[in-house]
Write a protein that binds this ligand. Structure first.
Ligand code: PLP
Length: 485
């Protein structure tokens, strides 16, 4: 009954029907469709069939509201305030949710989020609606803001990427995607007729930006590592020499953690006749933007080079309870993009209007606590653990790849979707990955691997399954399928 406490307390609505709230309630649950083994008429496993059938099963259904679980919002009963039942039932829902989050946090490996943080000191601020709407550098009329923290964080990043205080502009975004949307927008404002170039392994937000801004976009091939293929880049630049170039350079691709060679990208542009006033480079450092500066031998991201903007996600390597990010660009570019907004008494140069004022304080807090040295130590630990994990996978006969500058370990996709969900692995085609962040310890990697090895015995014991071939994703030398081992 809508409005009754019972519904809110222990029932979930499933497409109209209600269902009992399970004890191990998983709020992130999705439809579970096990992939059956594919055995040919002759009883022999056909690798291609296996792959295409699995792909078919993995397809995402568009245009359907996949609405497996929801916590219904119900109208309070007349006597709710007297009985206090509603408060109690909501408290029980939240307690269950908290337990589910604790469990899900323990079994998380696939997304590049550092879940290890302690922000108890900031809980006193949750009573405030902190909003940094407008430009970080201009005081607006809304006084409940955290611009002083925001600018402190921006200064820190500008120093990291070597841009003087009086030469940069930036803001704390809602996520890495917003940084990319802003970076590409600045590029397009600088070169309204520019063509956007991005490797095919760039994050989807780059291609979304191209669609949103109706820009011509040229996809560049990648090497096996996932890095941009500068031979193909050169060939494509030569076909469009009459138009300026706006380039997305990946400081860590989403799936393989590949770092594009920024210096080679710049050289390719110069070699094909693009002078510095005819190109704009946005560096998408969502993933490794904060790790690269601490990796020896890594190509340096610096505004001393002819780049236009850099963005990074704040909730990834740094670790933050809410999505956020940082975008830094050159002040000279942003002046052309911004407009005055009278009712704010500020200037508008951001993608969003209202902006999360809590996020800068969380970032400020962690940067202060850890500092450059703290991050350096964590980066080294992540890279060490990633190497350990990749070596253990290979020793166990599982095809795997780890790019030199990366903590993203790519390996054969597990055959069981339930197992993938349990460990929250991100998968693409026949590969899965684990992104080793500071909270991913050797013990956690060992637990995962031991469970994976046990599962593999059951998947492969009767011969219905075979390890996927991942040669086309990671190269023959990293593939340990029946053909390549
Ligand atoms: C390379 C890259 N760019 C951009 C993004 C988007 O970042 P966010 O999820 O913070 O929007 C991601 C996300 O994983 C990414 O891997």
């Amino acid at each position: 009954m809508v409005g009754s406490f019972d519904v809110l307390a222990d029932n979930l609505s499933i497409n109209g029907a209600t269902e009992s709230f399970p004890a191990d309630f998983d709020v992130s649950a999705v439809i579970k469709e096990p992939v059956p083994p594919v055995v040919g008429d002759n009883g022999i496993v056909n690798g291609d069939d296996q792959i295409s059938a699995a792909k078919e099963k993995r397809q995402i259904v568009l245009g359907r509201n996949i609405h497996t679980m929801c916590l219904e919002v119900t109208e309070p009963d007349i006597d709710d305030e007297v009985t206090g039942d509603r408060e109690a039932s909501m408290a029980s829902v939240l307690a269950k949710y908290r337990r589910a989050l604790t469990e899900r946090t323990k079994h998380h490996l696939g997304y590049p989020y550092n879940l290890d943080f302690e922000y108890g000191a900031l809980s006193q601020l949750q009573h405030f609606s902190i909003n940094n709407l407008g430009d970080p550098f201009i005081e607006s009329n809304y006084g409940v803001h955290s611009r002083q923290f925001e600018v402190g964080v921006l200064d820190w990043f500008a120093r990291l990427w070597e841009l003087e205080k009086n030469e940069y502009w930036g803001y704390i975004t809602n996520c890495g995607t917003e940084g990319n949307l802003h970076g590409v927008l600045v590029g397009r404002e600088v070169f309204p007729d520019g063509i956007l170039y991005a490797s095919r392994e760039s994050h989807y937000s780059i291609f979304k930006a191209a669609r949103m801004y109706r820009m011509e976009c040229v996809k560049i091939e990648t090497l096996c590592s996932g890095e941009i293929d500068c031979d193909d880049f050169k060939a494509k630049l030569l076909c469009h020499q009459d138009k300026p170039a706006i380039i997305n350079v990946n400081i860590g691709t989403t799936v393989k953690g590949a770092v594009d060679d920024l210096d080679l990208v710049i050289k390719t542009l110069e070699d094909t006749g693009f002078s510095h006033d005819r190109f704009y480079i946005h560096c998408d450092g969502a993933l490794f933007g904060l790790m690269m500066p601490f990796v020896k031998r890594a190509p340096k991201v610096s505004f001393k080079k002819p780049i236009g903007s850099v963005s990074v996600s704040g909730h990834k390597f740094v670790g933050c309870p809410m999505p956020c990010g940082v975008q830094i660009t050159r002040l000279e570019y942003v002046n052309a993009l911004s407009r005055n907004v009278e009712y704010l008494a500020s200037r508008d140069a951001t993608i969003m209007g209202s902006r999360n004022g809590h996020a800068p304080i969380f970032l400020w807090y962690t940067l202060n606590r850890k500092g450059y040295r703290g991050f350096q130590k964590e980066v080294q630990k992540c890279l060490r653990n990633a190497h350990y994990f990749k070596d253990r996978l290979l020793d166990a006969g599982i095809g795997a790849m780890l790019n030199e500058l990366s903590s993203t370990v790519v390996f054969e996709r597990p055959h069981d979707e339930e197992f993938i969900r349990r460990w929250q692995l991100a998968c693409q085609g026949n590969i899965a990955h684990v992104v080793v962040m500071p909270n991913i310890t050797i013990e956690k990697l060992d637990d995962f691997l031991n469970e994976l090895l046990q599962k593999r015995v059951t998947w492969f014991e009767d011969g219905s399954y075979q390890p996927y071939c991942i040669a086309s994703d990671v190269g023959e030398k990293n593939c340990l399928c029946a053909l390549h081992k």
